[in-house]
Design a protein around this ligand. Sequence first.
Ligand code: KDG
Ligand code: MG
Length: 401
Amino acid sequence: MKIVDASVVVTSPGRNFVTLKITTDDGVTGLGDATLNGRELAVVSYLRDHVAPLLIGLDPHRIEDTWQSLYRGAYWRRGPVTMAAIAAVDVALWDIKAKVANLPLYQLLGGASRDRVRTYGHASGRDAPELFDSVRARLEQGYQSIRIQTGIPGLQRVYGVGGEPDALPDGRVRPLVEDWDTGAYLRHMPSVFEAVRNEFGPELPLLHDAHHRLTPLQAARLGKDLEPYDLFWLEDCTPAENQEGLRLVRSHTTTPLAIGEVFNSIHDFRTLVNEQLIDYVRAAVTHFGGVSPIRKLFDFAAQQQIKSAIHGPEDISPVGMAAAIHLDLAIHNFGIQEYAGYTAATDEVFRHAYTFTDGHLHPGEAPGLGVELDEELAAAHPYAPAYLPVNRLADGTVHDW
Ligand code: KDG
Ligand code: MG
């Protein structure tokens, strides 16, 4: 069996998604997600110009060898563009292997370790009434664990309740500028969780994403202040490239910590895992080089009783989501899966076998990943330039986003 074609499809049914499609001489196709929010076309070029020509003629069954040759052979290792491109190849090859075996991917990963995959959804509101409505809407959709994001008094636009990107009169798009004040945030958040607990009771699992904005000392204080509200986790409390900084956070709070959605290599987690400084690894299949390396990460994390929590916002395509759900079902140290859901238009472009019921996902029993890309429909939604927001303090200084 040989690879005869590798093409890249960009589609924007509401937001941009990049998909690699690999075709074999037997006519079997595999899909991989290569979406990198706000920098999509860099990965398209990496795949089209540098990776696709190398794939033609290769045996699609040699997944590990192909992964190693793309990773080591480029000499320039890691980074989100490279690792998203390699992830797309890896996932597409797993899709092909599972289709040829006529099995859903999770069967090739060791089979099911559980019956269904627990998820959490997003609730956000500018103030308490809006936030409560958002929590109720998620509960009605079946979610049983909920991430809470909220406005901060005195700030116009903050993460989770930011609004639309700024458009210039000539039609060019500029990143939305959000506002930040760490002091105001630290003073406000405990009262938000107190109000949510009073409204929804002690049992609902609650999560919160600090989105890399705090120093280790500030994160330690927030973790301590939130302890009475029994969070499922506090996410990305610091920009965790400074892995050692988490020692300080950890030594001051028992609030569970989740980190890693912007990481793209097992090396980014080394100190965090070896010293058990976190409780959940948050890498995405799509940005971590695919199913093959993220499985190694989960096995590494398991040695320290750390669980998986695959990144699953709406900017990862249904292809990347499907790969995540197959892994979630198969691995032993599964923790939780983020699932923000998709627009109806996205679900039409990417028809999928996975299902969402009572707050739980299941990958379905279709051979491979169980995702079909409708290329005609995809073409009806062309690429639309878009950026992630930037975040500024009151005096104009750029802050971590
Ligand atoms: O592209 C950026 C998003 O993926 C990010 O803001 C989502 O933090 C996020 C999360 O936890 O889903
Ligand atoms: Mg996050």
